[in-house]
Design a protein around this ligand. Structure first.
Ligand SMILES: *Cc1c(COP(=O)(O)O)cnc(C)c1O
Length: 372
């Protein structure tokens, strides 16, 4: 790769973190890097349990595996239905199919980019066993309304907090609004071990069913001692880094306030919502920062715009493909044509998080790239 190309690469992830280096050296010195069992996984699980104030933590090999296990933990199987957003991580859709259930897709809230909780009732049937609530791109699902719906009908909630570990929603940590919460430690995530994930729950029965599913004489979905070793020091700094990311998001949104055609998920309902979103009561996590892109305002397509930004070293990319546009109609049920999810498919842009740990100058560079 040429020198020039290197200069234009977006900031690298993971960070060069000295605490991680020290943890790797310790794992080398004490041999835990090569052992099935040791104190690192136990310490990570204890730390996650304390953070989430929950009784049960199950460490897993990925967030995707954790969602699958959550479905097993809720006894979701053949003939059941699971509601999720038509704009979501594809693995969530595939996991529902994998356990023999049918995905039921609901539309997106055009302000927040999240699952529209007002459509849950229309999506519900006598077969509905669970809802997957994924907080995406710095936005948050309206969990109080989701929880009320689920409790009223005896439906379980899987809260996918893979994109916002350590975030709080109305005073409660992300993951604990669900009957079971899911975290990811994948290679691009805010807490990373290259691979890995975790389940958090207060429910003894759910935890027990998950353990029965994973324990087959050996752990079938393991997180290693070495992975746990590098995650513990990252957990030490999670709150501080989440805070810095929030501050840089505020800075960026202030800089973008006069840019027509890019509307951020977290300023959905104007500056009041932004203030609320960044208040101590609700502190979203910023794995990606989502925007609705208006091609007409910019006079170019979203994908061309994203390419141009990449060429300037800014990691602003198209979001997910919507599930109803990439899967055969027979594989899911939907209550309407999902027009907002179609819009999301075509017009969401996401800013990747590493730059959000940068300086005011790094944030200014995003603004400059957008207007040049
Ligand atoms: C990354 C992610 C996952 C899955 O995590 P992996 O550890 O990569 O398998 C699940 N849900 C969401 C919303 C994610 O962003």
């Amino acid at each position: 790769m040429s020198h020039l190309r290197d200069q234009l690469q977006p900031p690298a992830w993971p960070l060069l973190d000295e605490a991680v280096e020290a943890a790797l050296r310790r794992a080398f010195a004490d041999g835990s890097w090569g052992k099935y069992h040791g104190s690192n996984c136990r310490e990570l699980a204890d730390r996650l349990a304390a953070l989430h104030e929950c009784e049960h933590v199950v460490l897993t090999c990925s967030g995707t595996a954790a969602v699958e296990l959550a479905l097993h933990g809720l006894n979701v199987g053949t003939g059941d239905e699971v509601i999720l957003s038509a704009y979501d991580f594809e693995g969530n859709f595939k996991n529902v199919l994998m356990v023999g259930a049918k995905p039921v897709l609901v539309d997106v809230d055009t302000r927040t980019g999240q699952l529209d909780v007002s459509q849950l009732e229309a999506a519900r049937s006598s077969r509905t066993k669970a809802v997957i609530a994924s907080h995406l791109h710095g936005g948050v699902v309206a969990m109080p309304a989701m929880r009320a719906f689920a409790d009223q009908h005896g439906i379980a909630v899987i809260e996918d907090a893979c994109q916002m570990p350590g975030a709080t929603l109305q005073g409660r940590i992300a993951g604990m609004w669900g009957d079971v919460g899911v975290l990811s430690f994948g290679g691009s995530k805010l807490l990373t071990a290259g691979r890995g994930g975790a389940l958090v729950t207060r429910d003894d029965g759910i935890a027990q069913r998950i353990r029965v599913h994973t324990q087959r004489g050996n752990d079938a979905y393991p997180l290693s001692e070495l992975q746990a070793a590098v995650l513990v020091p990252q957990l030490d700094r999670l709150a501080e880094r989440n805070q810095l990311r929030s501050e840089n998001v505020s800075r960026l949104l202030a800089l973008l306030s006069d840019v027509a055609g890019m509307r951020c998920f977290v300023e959905a309902a104007g500056s009041g919502a932004l203030r609320r979103a960044l208040s101590p009561e609700t502190q979203p996590g910023f794995y990606k920062l989502g925007f609705w892109f208006d091609a007409a305002a910019f006079g170019c397509s979203r994908d061309d715009f994203a390419c141009a930004m990449r060429a300037k070293g800014i990691a602003l990319d198209p979001g997910f493909r919507a599930l109803h546009r990439t899967h055969a109609r027979g594989r899911f049920r939907a209550v309407n044509d999902l027009p907002n999810a179609t819009l999301a498919d075509e017009s969401i842009l996401v800013l990747h998080h590493p730059v959000l740990l940068g300086t005011a100058g790094d944030v200014q560079a995003i603004r400059d790239a957008i207007s040049s």
